[in-house]
Design a protein around this ligand. Structure first.
Ligand SMILES: NC(=O)c1ccc[n+]([C@@H]2O[C@H](COP(=O)([O-])OP(=O)(O)OC[C@H]3O[C@@H](n4cnc5c(N)ncnc54)[C@H](OP(=O)(O)O)[C@@H]3O)[C@@H](O)[C@H]2O)c1
Length: 360
């Protein structure tokens, strides 16, 4: 039910975007697949990105074509039935962006890669990033201390998605050895620039000095934008005193269970984008958006998942987020936040879930 809803929503999005349509796919048990020419030609069939929902008819966008075995050809636009089930076929993901600094457009949802934060799971950064990019996701969140950057870099290359179309956020550990950390990050990610580099925490001897190094790297083109993570209002105020480039983003722990509204308001007032991490409450083992009665009742009212409600609440508050999922279906679900709209009353109820004891 969930995946067909996501596929249908994505299909409608693409149909709406088409200036001209070709023939229709007729979804069958194993589906037919529209393939985007931007990513398809060099890739095997299992990287196709739009599955016709079973029982639905769906147009391939002009310029797209349908896959059949290995005989795909750009320009061939008749959809055909696949001979066998294929792996790694997901629904199309199309995440809007937010301008976080002049000319820098960050996807509102990025896929996280901090796999050791999900206890008991066997996630793999390569598969997570590969699934996300194959479905159309473009924002990826990593950090030097995740020690996964070679996997992230390989997944990007393997996806066939151009580097310029991927938005990489990474983090240096703290306020020390900034230049060495930036260069290590660039090398580990096999890239000559980073879209958004954050200082992971305010720990270290000189955050003002570290910020100056980050600014220098914006000027020399190694960093497109810079920001902080886990910083409160006071930390940011200190940096702003001497900054020539303001932090573009503050990435903080932020979910319906925990939101530091003082810091969030300060960031909004100063045009600093707030990015939620652990937006499903990942870091709080005892609390689950999937069991919370406020979240689940709102989800039922909109016929969406609890994850969509918890993430949609963040997007509707004007903030961006990095979420983690190793499941293709969950990833597509986490990106489907614009096919429904929470009411003001629902937002207020979701705002109130955080208990005063954990609002910091
Ligand atoms: N800056 C920092 O200090 C910091 C700290 C923590 C995290 N982060 C970043 O934030 C990212 C996300 O945080 P997080 O991993 O702690 O927590 P999270 O995204 O809130 O939760 C992740 C968990 O939610 C599940 N999930 C995701 N979408 C789902 C869906 N639609 N339905 C059901 N379950 C779903 C995932 O399981 P499945 O895999 O089964 O979908 C995973 O176990 C990290 O990967 C990392 O990049 C940054």
């Amino acid at each position: 039910m969930l995946s067909s809803r996501v596929a249908l929503a994505s299909g409608l999005l693409l149909i709406a975007a088409a200036s001209e349509t070709s023939e229709f796919c007729a979804g069958k048990a194993h589906g037919t697949y529209c393939v985007g020419p931007a990513i398809a030609p060099s890739l095997p069939l299992n990287h196709t990105i739009l599955q016709c929902p079973t029982g639905e008819r769906q147009a391939c966008v002009s310029g797209w074509y349908c896959g059949e075995g290995t005989g795909q050809k750009p320009g061939k636009q008749t959809c055909q039935l696949m001979a066998a089930p294929v792996e790694n076929v997901g629904s199309a993901v199309n995440v809007p962006t937010k301008e976080i600094a002049p000319g820098i457009h960050m996807p509102i949802v990025s896929m996280g890669t901090w796999t050791s934060g999900s206890t008991g799971k066997t996630e793999n950064a390569s598969a997570i990033v590969g699934n996300w990019l194959a479905q159309g996701g473009r924002g990826v969140d990593t950090a030097l201390v995740y020690f996964d950057q070679a996997k992230v870099a390989k997944a990007i290359v393997d996806s066939g998605v151009a580097r310029k179309d991927v938005f990489i956020t990474t983090k240096i550990p703290g306020c020390a050895a900034a230049q060495a950390s930036i260069d290590k990050d660039l090398k580990a990610l096999s890239t000559d620039y980073i879209d958004l580099l954050l200082i992971h925490s305010d720990i270290g001897f000189s955050c003002a000095g570290t910020w100056k190094v980050l600014e220098d790297n914006v000027k020399n083109g190694k960093l497109k934008s810079i920001g902080v993570s886990n910083w409160n209002k006071k930390n940011i105020q200190d940096i702003l005193k001497g900054a020539t480039i303001k932090p573009a983003v503050n990435q903080i722990s932020y979910s319906v269970f925990e939101h530091d509204d003082d810091t969030i308001k300060f960031c909004h007032d100063n045009n600093i984008t707030v990015e939620a991490y652990s937006p499903l409450g990942g870091a709080h083992g005892g609390k689950s958006v999937f069991k919370d009665p406020t979240v689940t009742s709102i989800a039922s009212a909109h016929n969406v998942s609890a994850a969509q409600v918890a993430l949609g609440w963040i997007a509707q508050r004007g903030d961006v987020m990095t979420v983690l999922s190793s499941s293709k279906e969950h990833q597509a679900n986490d990106a489907d936040l614009w096919s429904f709209k929470l009411t003001d009353d629902e937002i207020t109820k979701l705002d109130a879930i955080a208990s005063p004891a954990i609002v910091v």
